[in-house]
Design a protein around this ligand. Structure first.
Ligand SMILES: [Zn+2]
Ligand SMILES: [Zn+2]
Length: 425
């Protein structure tokens, strides 16, 4: 158990084990929130290593990569976008929790007890199950979750396809824990629960035998990502599949799963991937007659319509044949190579921004965030081969030069920079 002090470092062994929730209570119990390591921020090398491992295993056993490059870039873009607010704010999942803990807690469980640790593990996973279930059953919450389901491939990069909006609804489901569980214990398990869900996004692991009874596994989560009728609204688990078994939402994997949204959006534009469903709700809201119907558009299931049951009609879900062709970028190989290089440079820049976030001024941080969003959008335009793609990319290059000139970016070619914030040099 750790006493007060600075944020703890994460060792390589812990970095690997945390991806599988294989952490011991005595190494991950902290007295204060300030000591809790940012496991998610430190997970990038492990994400990359596991994705490379998946690529190698897939080449060896299947003779092909685990997915398409355009889809993987879009997924990682979503991961990047979803982390950008944390450059400025503590997440709403933590802020709301701390507020309830400080003002309304009923009693205080000891932060250094093994029982508190295991109870929080169960509590966070239970909260996640209900959040995730509601995210599929309430249209406005689905708008903040659907991005994660928009990939037509299923591989480790799909796990990174996170929604920017999701945390603005998920926090509600963890509030009851704040009545008795210290924030430092909650902050640890919130991260572990998220990181555990990375490795289950793969097709290279078929079945895990008896573990399938208790744990959420690649097989169970493949069903969750399916658009086959038997897969819809099933397997909401985070770490433990027991919640689905208890509450009647479990479905085992049987016929081949076809991944993605029931109505694919056919785009690699990161902002459209994130927000298109909000626009759809807005339009449906105004075109649906009657006050109660409008209310239902927001709070009933995404498949609901006037006269239909709360979660819509399963026969309206397009039948899959197994011969669906996933949306692919029409861009040339040369253009895709260019996009990868720009994407890799953006990732290096993104990592650097996080590493120096406390040393950079607010305005530099804002400009850097703007540049990252612009880069991701431009790459999306290139991948979609939109007519405006060339203008957008030229504009982005100009913005890059201007930001370098004014010292808000540190280019890899140093002569492009006239000055740079002295705190970072
Ligand atoms: Zn889901
Ligand atoms: Zn998933």
């Amino acid at each position: 158990m750790r006493n007060a002090g600075a944020q703890q470092d994460v060792t390589v062994s812990q970095g690997v084990r945390v991806m599988f929730y294989m952490m011991k209570p005595n190494e991950t119990s902290f007295q204060t929130l300030e000591e809790v390591p940012n496991y998610v921020e430190k997970a990038t090398p492990f994400f990359i290593s596991l994705m490379l491992l998946e690529l190698i295993v897939s080449w060896i056993y299947k003779g092909k990569p685990p997915g398409r490059l355009d889809s993987a870039l879009t997924s990682i873009s979503a991961g990047v976008l979803s982390r950008l607010p944390s450059l400025f704010f503590r997440s709403i999942e933590l802020t709301s929790y701390i507020y309830i803990w400080e003002n309304y807690r009923l009693f205080t469980l000891p932060w250094d007890s093994i029982y508190t640790w295991y109870l929080t593990f169960l509590g966070v996973d239970f909260g996640y199950y209900w959040f995730h279930r509601m995210a599929h059953e309430v249209n406005i919450m689905w708008a903040g979750h659907q991005a994660h389901h928009s990939s037509e491939d299923y591989n480790l990069s799909t796990a990174l396809r996170q929604s920017v909006l999701q945390m603005y609804t998920s926090w509600i489901f963890y509030c009851p824990l704040a009545l008795f569980i210290p924030p430092s214990v909650y902050a640890v398990h919130l991260q572990f629960n998220l990181l555990y869900q990375f490795w289950i996004h793969t097709e290279i692991i078929s079945s895990l035998g008896p573990l399938e009874l208790i744990l959420n596994t690649p097989s169970h989560h493949r069903v969750h990502h399916g658009r086959n009728r038997y897969c819809i609204d099933k397997n909401y688990a985070g770490t433990l599949i027991i919640w689905d078994r208890i509450f009647g939402t479990f479905e085992a994997e049987n016929e081949k799963v076809v991944y993605g949204l029931t109505h694919p959006i056919n785009t690699f534009e990161p902002l459209k991937v994130q927000f298109h469903h909000l626009l759809y709700i807005w339009t449906t809201f105004w075109t649906t007659p009657g006050f109660f119907n409008k209310f239902s558009v927001i709070f009933k299931g995404p498949g609901w319509g006037p006269g239909k049951p709360r979660l819509g009609l399963s026969e309206e879900i397009p039948e899959v044949t197994g011969k669906e062709i996933a949306f692919s970028s029409p861009a040339s190989q040369l253009l895709k190579t260019y996009a990868i290089v720009q994407f890799a440079l953006m990732l290096a820049f993104y990592e650097e921004t996080f590493a120096y976030k406390t040393a950079l001024s607010q305005i530099t941080l804002l400009l850097r965030i703007g540049f990252i969003i612009l880069t991701l959008t431009s790459i999306g335009f290139l991948m979609d081969q939109r007519p405006e793609a060339a203008i957008m990319e030229t504009f982005r290059c100009l913005v890059f030069l201007v930001l370098c000139g004014f010292g808000h970016l540190k280019p890899f070619i140093s002569c492009l920079s006239l000055t740079f914030e002295t705190t970072v040099e």
